[in-house]
Design a protein around this ligand. Structure first.
Ligand code: BDR
Ligand code: CA
Length: 331
């Protein structure tokens, strides 16, 4: 089932499915090699995204590193006009778990690390989300989440009025038909803070979930990386470095060489919703059992309970998404 973007007012898309007006966006992330590609796309789309700020959270690596990495990537992209605010240093309840085995201790694979010229804001990431949503007109701020949902859940707990004021949430997280990537049934972002994910899922805010079912369809093949390499800019060079690193890591892990671009999906969705197929669903996040913690129970048979404010990504047009990425990085 193809739906018009549930994060946009009716009629707010062009014939090609692209949003007609700018989306005011907060990008909440844990960079992370694939978060980096998502950030580069968001930084490269100033005509479509009014990027109000980037908030960072402990996830793939610790909180000080994800904040540093966001500042570094911002500088490479030449977007120091965008504020970065560092958020939560640990999950709401469970013990912290990073993904340094994939992203390496720096969080950015083989990328050269430098000290960014501009540091994070003094405001905490959770307060940045609250202040931004509360100070703007209701229904105008969208948040994209590409890491554990700790910052957004904490913001919802601290200031519940943001729930009704959000235009919507586009998140990378969860798995249904694909199974998990950190346990048999859990995807990393949800596993890393299942309690936060449950707060967000149960909040009632419009939510588009890009889980592994859809992100595993969006893979950076050699040909797709080669096209980005032809752009020959600082951002394309860094992107190629990150994508090649992911390809080598996936190969070494025995997953095949074309790395899935998980975190790219929610940003690509906000720019070009027609590239994705969504299904309305009900969803709960498992938090009780040690073996199923972080599992997303996704039910397409709509009955009582939370939903259908939740849309689950089922299909992606990977060629279209890489065309979009390559085009925006070329601008
Ligand atoms: C998610 O987990 C993280 O390691 C990635 O950055 C992505 O957000 C994929 O499961
Ligand atoms: Ca991430």
């Amino acid at each position: 089932m193809v739906l018009a973007s549930p994060l946009l007012p009716q009629g707010a898309e062009t014939m090609e499915g692209a949003p007609m007006s700018k989306t005011s966006l907060i990008l909440d992330c844990d960079p992370g090699v694939d978060d980096a590609i998502a950030l580069f796309l968001a930084f490269a789309a100033p005509n479509e995204l009014d990027l109000l700020g980037v908030t960072t959270v402990a996830g793939n690596v610790g909180a000080s590193l994800t904040a540093r990495n966001a500042c570094m990537l911002r500088e490479i992209a030449g977007r120091e006009d965008v504020p970065v605010a560092a958020g939560c240093e640990r999950p709401m309840v469970r013990a912290p778990i990073d993904a340094g085995h994939f992203h390496v201790q720096t969080g950015l694979g083989d990328l050269n690390i430098f000290v960014p010229r501009k540091d994070v804001e003094t405001i905490h990431g959770v307060d940045f989300i609250i202040q931004t949503v509360m100070s703007r007109a209701s229904g105008t701020v969208t948040i994209a989440v590409t890491g554990p949902m700790t910052n957004l859940a904490m913001a919802m707990v601290k200031e519940p009025r943001i729930v009704g004021r959000l235009a919507g949430i586009a998140a990378m997280g969860g798995a249904r038909s694909e199974g998990g990537n950190i346990t048999a049934s859990a995807e990393y972002n949800i596993f890393a803070d299942p309690h936060a994910a449950q707060v967000v899922v149960a909040s009632g805010a419009p939510l588009v979930m890009m889980g592994l079912d859809v992100t595993h369809q969006v893979r950076a093949s050699e040909g797709r990386i080669a096209r980005i390499a032809t752009l020959d800019t600082a951002v394309s060079d860094a992107s190629v470095n990150l994508l090649n690193f992911m390809a080598r890591t996936e190969l070494a892990l025995g997953n095949g060489g074309d790395p899935p671009q998980h975190d790219l999906c929610p940003i690509a969705y906000l720019l070009a919703p027609h590239l994705f197929t969504l299904r309305p669903c009900r969803m709960e996040v498992e938090i009780a059992s040690s073996l199923t913690a972080g599992h997303t129970a996704v039910e397409f048979r709509l009955g009582d309970g939370p939903g259908p404010h939740i849309q689950w990504g089922t299909l992606a047009d990977a060629d279209g998404i890489f065309d979009l990425l390559t085009d925006r990085l070329s601008r």
